[in-house]
Design a protein around this ligand. Structure first.
Ligand code: FAD
Length: 407
C-alpha cells in the first residue's frame, strides 16, 4: 500500500497530514516538501519574527516528535519534478514516491518584478524563512528601504522597518493601499497610520527600473522619472500559484489548480488545497464570473486541509468555510471576514482607531473589514456564514444589536 502522499509541507499540507491522522487514517502517510525545516507558519515572518520577537523554533507548526508520534513520514528538502498519473508516482530528484492518493499543497511563490535591475543584490522578497533571515540581517545594516507594493506583506514589512527607525518609502501602482482587498475608507486609515509612523508613500507610481551600482541596488526609478534612493528593496507585488506540476500532468489550472467543491481535481486520485487551489464557493457570488476563487490565507489552508482529510476518511462534505484573514501592521490589527470586490458598497460602523467597514454586494453582506474591533469580526464571520439578512442602514447604526442578530 502506497498510502496518501502530500506534496508541499506548508500550512495546508501539514494540516492535511495532522487532520488525516486525527480522523483515523491508518495507512501510510508521506509529507514531501522542498524546504529544509519543520513545517512552519509564514505569517510571523513579516511580523514578530522579522521584528525579533520570536525565533525559528517559535514558527514551527508542531515539534518533530509530533510527526514521529503520528507516523507522518516527513521528507524535507525533497523537490517533486513531475507527477506520473498513470503510474501513480510522484517523481522527485531522489527517485519516485508512489501514491494511492496525492494531495497537492504546493502553495504559491512571489510574483517577480519585471523590470531591469530586479536581480541586483539588495533586492529581496519575503515568502519563506530563508527570505526573512536575509532581511533581518539587511535591516540591521541599511538606512533606507524601498518597498514595491502596498499590499499586506509590503505594509507589514514597512511597519517593522519604520519601527526600527529606518527611512521607508512604499511605492504602489494603485491609488491606495491594499486596493484589491479593502475599501477606500480602510485604506485611508492605514495610509494615515503608516504615515504617522514615518512611512512615506508614492501612489499611482510604477517602477520602471531598479537602479544599481557595482551590482547592488541603490534605489528605484519611477515611471515619472523620479528616483527613490534605497539600500534595500523589498518587492511585494503578489503571488503566483505553484500549479505547473499539475498542468504539466494534464490537470486543469488557470490561476490555481482547478478543484471541485470536494477539493478533487479531474483525477480522482489527486486533490489540491491551500494557496495553489482554485475552488467554487458561494462567497464568490458577484465576484468571479465562474464562481471560483483562489485564496491565500491561513484560514483557507487549514480549513481545506481539514475538509479534505474528512473526505479521504469517508466523511465527504462540500468545502464551505467563510474566508477570513488578518494582517498586523504596526499597532493596528486588520481583520477581514468574507470576500470583497472593489465595487462593493462600503458602510462604516464605529470611529477613531477602532471601526469596521461593512461591504455589500448584490444586496447582501459580502465582507466586513475591522480594525482593532475583534468583536465585529467574530460577529461578521457568523453573519456571513449563515447568510443572515442585514441592511447597510442597520450596519451603520451603532444602536442596532448586531450581536443579537448573529446569535
Ligand atoms: P505554503 O505555505 O506556501 O506551502 C507550500 C509548500 O510547498 C512550500 O514549502 C513550498 O516550498 C512547497 N513546494 C511547492 N512546490 C513543491 C515541489 N514541487 N516539491 C516540493 N515542495 C514544493 N495569511 C494570513 O491568513 N494571515 C497573515 O497574516 C499572513 N501573513 C503572511 C505573511 C507572509 C510573509 C507570507 C509569505 C504569507 C502570509 N500569509 C498570511 C499567507 C499564508 O501564509 C499562506 O496563505 C499559507 O502559508 C498557504 O499555505 P499553503 O500550504 O497553501 O502554501
Amino acid at each position: 500500500e502506497a498510502g496518501i502522499v502530500i506534496l508541499g509541507a506548508g500550512q495546508a499540507g501539514f494540516q492535511a497530514a495532522a487532520s488525516l491522522r486525527e480522523a483515523g487514517h491508518a495507512g501510510p502517510l508521506t509529507l514531501v516538501g522542498d524546504e529544509p525545516w519543520l513545517p512552519y507558519q509564514r505569517p510571523p515572518l513579516s511580523k514578530a519574527y522579522l521584528a525579533g520577537k520570536t525565533d525559528a523554533e517559535g514558527l514551527a507548526l508542531r515539534p518533530a516528535a509530533f510527526l514521529a508520534e503520528h507516523r507522518i513520514a516527513y521528507r524535507p528538502s525533497l523537490r517533486a519534478e513531475a507527477i506520473d498519473r498513470a503510474g501513480r508516482r510522484l517523481l522527485t530528484d531522489d527517485g519516485p514516491v508512489p501514491y494511492d492518493h496525492l494531495i497537492l499543497a504546493t502553495g504559491s511563490r512571489n510574483r517577480p518584478l519585471p523590470v531591469p535591475g530586479a536581480d541586483l543584490d539588495g533586492v529581496r522578497q519575503l515568502r519563506g524563512l530563508a527570505d526573512a533571515d536575509a532581511l533581518k540581517v539587511d535591516l540591521a545594516r541599511v538606512g533606507r528601504v524601498a518597498v514595491v507594493g502596498a499590499g499586506f506583506i509590503g505594509l507589514e514589512f514597512a511597519a517593522v522597518a519604520a519601527a526600527r527607525g529606518l527611512h521607508v518609502t512604499v511605492v504602489e501602482a494603485a491609488a491606495r493601499p491594499m486596493a484589491r482587498a479593502v475599501s477606500a475608507e480602510m485604506g485611508a486609515f492605514f495610509r494615515a497610520a503608516h504615515r504617522e509612523a514615518g512611512v512615506a508613500f508614492a501612489f499611482d507610481a510604477g517602477v520602471s527600473e531598479i537602479l544599481g551600482e557595482a551590482g547592488r541596488a541603490v534605489g528605484l526609478r519611477l515611471a515619472d522619472g523620479s528616483a527613490v534612493p534605497a539600500d534595500l528593496v523589498l518587492v511585494g507585488i503578489g503571488v503566483l500559484p505553484n500549479q505547473e506540476i499539475a498542468s504539466a500532468a494534464g490537470l486543469a489550472a488557470a490561476d490555481g489548480i482547478r478543484v471541485d467543491a470536494l477539493l478533487a481535481t479531474q483525477d480522482p486520485s489527486i486533490s489540491a488545497i491551500g494557496d495553489c487551489a482554485r475552488f467554487p464557493t458561494r462567497f464568490a457570488r458577484g465576484l468571479a464570473a465562474d464562481g471560483t476563487v483562489r485564496i491565500e490565507s491561513v484560514q483557507n489552508a487549514i480549513d481545506q486541509g481539514r475538509a479534505l482529510a474528512a473526505r479521504l476518511t469517508g466523511r465527504p462534505a462540500a468545502y464551505d468555510a467563510v474566508p477570513w484573514f488578518w494582517s498586523d501592521q504596526g499597532p493596528n490589527k486588520l481583520q477581514i471576514a468574507g470576500l470583497a470586490a472593489p465595487g462593493d458598497e462600503a458602510v462604516r460602523r464605529g470611529d477613531g482607531n477602532a471601526f469596521s467597514v461593512f461591504r455589500f454586494r448584490e444586496d447582501r453582506l459580502a465582507a466586513v473589514e475591522s480594525v482593532n474591533r475583534a468583536g465585529d469580526h467574530m460577529i461578521a464571520r457568523r453573519l456571513i456564514a449563515a447568510g443572515t439578512p442585514l441592511t447597510p442602514k442597520q450596519a451603520a447604526d451603532a444602536a442596532f444589536d448586531l450581536k443579537g442578530l448573529a446569535l
